[in-house]
Design a protein around this ligand. Structure first.
Ligand code: NAP
Ligand code: ZN
Length: 364
């Protein structure tokens, strides 16, 4: 086990203690065990002993520096569920022993227009991501949930409603909120025809939420083997996108399309499926830019949009909605030492539909 040190430590660095984690040391190195510093709780901090951490395709993109923004060592993981083990003196939201969660954000300015609107993910000053973000408190980078423990500001801690399966709840913290938020923002509901593109971690949550919101749901997949699952998860119809006749049957018919694909694909083929004034919203974040032709947008006044995770208030609302409607993620639980193989399987589309790391395995 190697020890992570950093040289950019600010002066008033709080006390720290060592925590086990798994990190990538470069874009080409596999994840391996490291020891990281976690800060001792400040007055408004919560310490969470991590029980489960979901595996998002964004983890893989950043471990391999596919977005060109990665700092190493990189400890991924932003779908965190655990038990509160310590709290700072000013904390009121949770107490020791509570089950709590952390998603993609651990800080934001809380004063800008976006933060005041509860949209901390769009903080104009620049929020702090759970991992691979400059750590204003300790220096260096923030470290994510592939770890035994995390220290988080109370304001960025979520409460997990009773009754939810904890492992299957972890992916709600990113895959869940990233699909819930745009479906809410674009008012998806009864009387609308909605398409979800790509049946992965995000896509399968998109199908569940769009169905729960009362829309007519069509899933688009490149994988014929996922058709039956798509229907089981809540789609009224599944289209295999490589079959032109199946795509053509839906031309000009959708109110809203949510694109959750992790790699480059033909956006224009989907824009043509929108009705007049329809919107295609991208949540998938492929490495390469994708060409968008003018005429599919001009003809029919169609919109092409994007959406990023969701704010803290909406994430809490989403968790309550999931508890009330019995919604969680379909998961395969893995040990931390299976993570490198899990990335290869995720790239092959061989995950039904989210890997979740049982963090007890980090101590073995
Ligand atoms: P995932 O589980 O790997 O799912 C991606 C799905 O995309 C695959 O299951 C596959 O579905 C489809 N796909 C993969 N390669 C494809 C290709 N070459 N052509 C067409 N379809 C392809 O990934 P995820 O964790 O859901 O994440 C999806 C994307 O969202 C990633 O880029 C991730 O970084 C991004 N993301 C964005 C946000 C945000 O805030 N906007 C948040 C989290 C994640 P089928 O087999 O059904 O075709
Ligand atoms: Zn994610």
């Amino acid at each position: 086990m190697s020890t992570v040190t950093d040289s950019s430590t600010p002066h008033a660095r709080p006390a720290v203690s060592a925590a086990r984690a798994w990190a990538a040391q470069s874009p080409t190195s596999p994840l391996a065990p490291v020891s990281i510093d976690r800060r001792e709780p400040l007055a408004d901090d919560v310490v969470i002993d991590i029980l489960y951490c979901g595996v998002c395709h964004s983890d893989l993109h950043q471990v391999r520096d596919e977005w060109g923004i990665s700092a190493y060592p990189l400890v991924p993981g932003h779908e965190i569920v655990g038990r509160v083990s310590r709290v700072g003196a000013a904390v009121t939201k949770v107490t020791v022993g509570d089950i709590a969660a952390v998603g993609c954000l651990v800080d934001a300015c809380l004063h800008c227009e976006s933060c005041r609107d509860g949209l901390e993910q769009y903080c104009t000053v620049g929020g702090t991501q759970t991992y691979n973000s400059p750590d204003a408190i300790l220096g260096g980078s923030t470290y994510g949930g592939y770890s035994e423990r995390i220290t988080v500001k109370e304001a960025f801690t979520l409460k997990v409603p009773a009754g939810l399966d904890l492992a299957a709840t972890a992916p709600l913290l990113c895959a869940g909120i990233t699909t819930y938020s745009p479906l809410r923002h674009w008012n998806v509901g009864p009387g609308q025809k909605v398409g979800i593109i790509g049946l992965g971690g995000l896509g399968h949550m998109g199908v569940k939420f769009a169905r729960a919101f009362g829309a007519q749901v069509v899933l688009f997949t490149t994988s014929p083997a996922k058709v039956a699952d798509g229907l089981r998860l809540g789609a009224h119809e599944v289209v295999v996108s490589s079959r032109p006749e199946e795509m053509a049957a839906h031309a000009g018919s959708f109110d809203f399309l949510l694109d959750a694909v992790s790699a480059s694909h033909d956006i224009n083929a989907y824009l043509m499926l929108l009705k007049r004034d329809g919107t295609l919203t991208l949540v998938g974040a492929p490495e390469q830019p994708m060409p968008v032709a003018a005429f599919p947008l001009i003809m029919g006044r169609r919109s092409f949009a994007g959406s990023g995770i969701g704010g803290i208030k909406e994430t809490q609302e989403m968790l309550e909605f999931c508890a009330a409607h019995g919604i969680t993620s379909d998961i395969e639980v893995i040990r931390i030492d299976q993570i490198n193989d899990a990335y290869e399987r995720m790239l092959r589309g061989d995950v039904r539909y989210r890997f979740v790391i049982d963090m007890a395995s980090i101590a073995r």
